[in-house]
Design a protein around this ligand. Structure first.
Ligand SMILES: Nc1nc2c(c(=O)[nH]1)N[C@H]1C(S)=C(S)[C@@H](COP(=O)(O)OP(=O)(O)OC[C@H]3O[C@@H](n4cnc5c(=O)[nH]c(N)nc54)[C@H](O)[C@@H]3O)O[C@H]1N2
Ligand SMILES: Nc1nc2c(c(=O)[nH]1)N[C@H]1C(S)=C(S)[C@@H](COP(=O)(O)OP(=O)(O)OC[C@H]3O[C@@H](n4cnc5c(=O)[nH]c(N)nc54)[C@H](O)[C@@H]3O)O[C@H]1N2
Ligand code: SF4
Ligand SMILES: [Mo]
Length: 679
């Protein structure tokens, strides 16, 4: 007996698909997840799930999935983790007692919550923080992914609005700039194809030939972290040739003179020098943007993961303010759609309890925050896997291993972070708990009921936090909200985007479009900045990376997402590891490989200023010379040396938003045997 349910995909991906999930019991055992495809009737999902999430059942039913609360019995520095099964009662009593001692002896600043978007659910991903706000523990700045982009966008435009996906097909020129959308935003692809059928040209701007570059009509293989120069080079030509929309500039923007001044030096020749493109490429690219309406630019967060990544993103996103593309359906620029979800978030995660003098910890600096002298006594990790994904992961692991730090990890999988925990608390998946979802790639709100019984003793994150809060005597009511309470609160708003969307309707329909005007041109007349205009000043200016390449560190290492993984979420599945080449590969340009005496299949030790890792080399024309690429945040367990690639990543922050700089590593290579020994 099987049955199908429709559920929203909870993963950190712009597509927030509506999935058709088949549940059933194969052998008379409890019902479980058997199959995942896309809802054929959903206008964004269009019947297909991606190459990764069709394998979600294998992760939900994985033999190593934690099903009971587990307590560490050996030292966290021992190589093989050993746990014993305990009851929820024992686990929560002990953890609460330890929290109480910390609160009484060292105060709330000795306890840190650490989380990201493993689930994007507003209940299990956001509201779950409420207990920590009630206790007054430090604020975690959620900077690992989008904060540089968000800050940059906010300077120019205020709110993050994106055009309607279905309007993309009307664009005549599409620029995919620092986004590998065929892998990371795959439900954009049908719209790209439709636009192309109607005559659009597609250009990809990326330092290496990823899937999206191969799909595009043209690939501009830009030198990493030089996008500000290219954007200013484009603006130089727009201004020089009068390919600008004077009426739009006058009505909707502020600061043109400053921008004109910043663009003045960026002739095609000068731009070519910095970006590694030819002057002709720059000139043609600018002319195409200047003379094609509508032009749609889709920027990714990838290009922001550099020291001046915020400025790069800002420079690119201001191009449509010069061309006036915002006035044309299908034109403009998109980074995130999330600003359109005008929910009432005033008490989400007990935000109303945030105190002005609470210390903030930037999540990219976890390695430093875990140093003993910083005084943390307990760390609660949920919805993220910092032993693998966080910068300077070697130091993060060393911090998690401290015997004087209580590490509690709420997990669905036996991740490398969970293996370093004092307590692993088994978490439910999106099919097993109710939740509400927004999206950063489209405009549908999603609701999932708990469609499937929780296996064994798995519990939602919020159930765990409420259990702790009760034991600690927390009285704040919002800590104890149910999903229905949260839903009622979030939808308690008069904003027109949410008009007609009630909890009852959302539950009945499952996926409901925001109530946007049929012609949604959010920046056609200005922006949601304090001035009400698109803010062109202070104009973005190009600054070369401080970590410049030199004789000691001659290569730039870029580590973007893999097609078959979602961050580290699918790294435990053998078949998806195989689909990605069985082990992580370092893509090297033939000239760079020759320079190091490396051949296809050899192992290289990669050294950065903060760490070293060993990877197998794949010689390839995909990257440009001087740029090494390693796709995917693989589990260290799948790497020849057992290390995450982020042992190489420094804690360096971006210019805006305190963001991560995963693509900024400068490295050198050495040929070695597998495992790291010298030749
Ligand atoms: N398959 C798959 N999908 C995913 C994810 C995944 O891991 N796998 N992760 C999800 C998450 S959390 C996110 S944030 C998004 C991220 O999705 P993207 O925004 O697509 O990914 P990024 O790491 O941000 O890198 C995108 C591209 O930026 C390029 N890039 C790096 N440096 C530069 C530069 O200086 N200039 C330019 N122009 N390009 C540069 C990289 O080479 C890469 O091709 O994807 C989501 N979707
Ligand atoms: N080198 C390099 N590093 C990167 C990146 C890169 O491009 N290059 N990308 C960065 C980016 S953009 C991001 S967003 C981060 C993402 O990194 P993470 O936030 O660590 O994302 P995932 O690796 O997918 O891990 C999410 C974890 O949450 C768990 N989880 C999911 N749902 C639930 C739930 O309901 N309850 C609980 N308790 N757990 C749940 C999953 O089992 C999974 O182990 O990685 C960053 N790290
Ligand atoms: S990971 Fe993204 S593309 Fe894949 S099913 Fe989930 S939302 Fe859709
Ligand atoms: Mo991300």
């Amino acid at each position: 007996m099987t049955r199908d349910v429709l559920l929203t995909c909870p993963l950190d991906c712009p597509d927030a698909c509506r999935l058709k999930v088949t549940l059933g019991s194969e052998d008379g055992g409890p019902e479980r997840m058997l199959k995942v495809t896309g809802d054929p009737d959903h206008p964004v999902t269009r019947g297909f799930a991606c190459a990764k999430t069709v394998h979600y059942p294998a992760r939900a039913n994985h033999p190593e999935r934690p099903l009971y609360p587990l307590r560490r019995v050996n030292k966290k520095t021992d190589p093989e983790a050993q746990f014993e099964r305990v009851t929820w009662e024992e686990a929560l009593d002990d953890i609460a007692a330890k929290m109480r001692t910390l609160l009484e002896t060292r105060g709330p600043h000795s306890i840190l919550r650490y989380h990201y978007a493993g689930t994007m659910g507003l209940m299990e991903g956001h509201h779950v923080h409420a207990i920590f706000r009630a206790l007054g523990t430090p604020e975690l700045d959620e900077t690992i992914c989008a904060s540089a982009g968000t800050e940059a966008w906010s300077m120019g435009y205020g709110t993050r609005y994106a055009l309607k996906l279905e309007d993309v097909a009307q664009a005549k020129l599409i620029v995919l700039w620092g986004i590998n959308s065929l892998s990371t935003n795959s439900h954009l692809t049908p719209h790209l194809t439709a636009a192309r059928k109607a005559g659009a040209k597609i250009v990809c701007v990326d330092p290496y030939r990823n899937r999206t570059a191969a799909f595009a009509d043209q690939h501009l293989k830009i030198a990493p972290a030089t996008d500000t120069a290219l954007a200013l080079g484009v603006m130089h030509e727009l201004l020089a040739h009068g390919w600008t929309d004077a009426a739009y500039l006058a009505q909707a923007t502020l600061g043109l003179d400053d921008l004109r001044e910043a663009a003045r030096e960026w002739t095609p020749e000068r731009t070519a020098e910095v970006t590694g493109l030819s002057a002709a490429e720059v000139r043609d690219f600018a002319r195409e943007i200047g003379t094609t309406r509508p032009t749609y630019i889709r920027v990714g967060y990838g290009l922001t993961r550099h020291e001046y990544g915020g400025t790069s993103l800002r420079a690119i996103t201001l191009i449509p303010a010069l061309t006036g593309d915002w006035r044309h359906r299908g034109g403009g620029c998109a980074m995130s759609a999330s600003g359109a979800f005008k929910l009432n978030r005033s008490q989400l995660g007990a935000a109303h309890l945030t105190r002005p003098n609470t210390p903030h910890i930037n999540m990219n600096e976890l390695a430093s925050a875990l140093e003993p002298q910083r005084g943390l006594g307990a760390l609660f990790v949920y919805n993220t896997n910092p032993a693998v994904v966080a910068p300077d992961s070697g130091r993060v692991r060393a911090g998690l291993q401290r015997e004087d730090l209580l590490v509690v990890v709420l997990e669905q999988a036996m991740t490398e972070t969970a293996r370093l925990a004092d307590y692993v608390l088994p978490a439910t998946t999106f099919a097993e708990h109710a939740d509400l979802y927004t999206s950063y790639g489209h405009h549908y709100l999603g609701y999932n009921p708990a469609a499937l019984g929780a296996p064994a003793e798995c519990r939602p994150n919020t159930w765990v936090m409420q259990g702790l809060a009760r034991r600690l005597g927390v009285e704040e009511p919002s800590v104890y909200w149910t999903v229905d309470d949260l839903l009622a609160h979030l939808l308690d708003t008069d904003h027109p985007h949410l008009q007609g969307i009630t909890p009852e309707r959302l539950k009945a329909e499952g996926s409901v479009p925001l109530n946007l005007p049929s012609e949604f041109l959010p920046f056609a007349h200005g922006a949601e900045t304090p001035s009400g205009k698109v803010q062109l000043s202070p104009a973005p200016r190009y600054t070369p990376a401080r970590a410049e390449l030199n004789a000691e560190y001659p290569l730039r290492l870029i580590t973007p997402p893999a097609h078959h993984f979602l961050n580290s979420t699918y790294g435990l599945l053998d078949n998806l590891n195989r689909a990605e080449g069985q082990e992580p590969h370092l893509l090297l340009h033939p000239a760079d490989a020759t320079a190091y005496g490396l051949q296809d299949g050899h192992y290289a030790q990669i050294e950065s200023e903060v760490g070293q890792a060993t990877r197998r080399v794949k010689v390839s024309e995909q990257p440009q010379r001087g740029v090494a690429v390693l796709e995917g945040t693989w589990w260290g367990l799948s790497a020849p040396d057992g290390e995450s690639i982020n042992v190489l990543t420094a804690e360096t922050l971006t210019d805006l938003g305190g963001g991560s700089t995963f693509h900024n590593n400068r490295v050198r290579l050495r040929a070695v045997e597998a495992g790291g020994a010298d030749d």
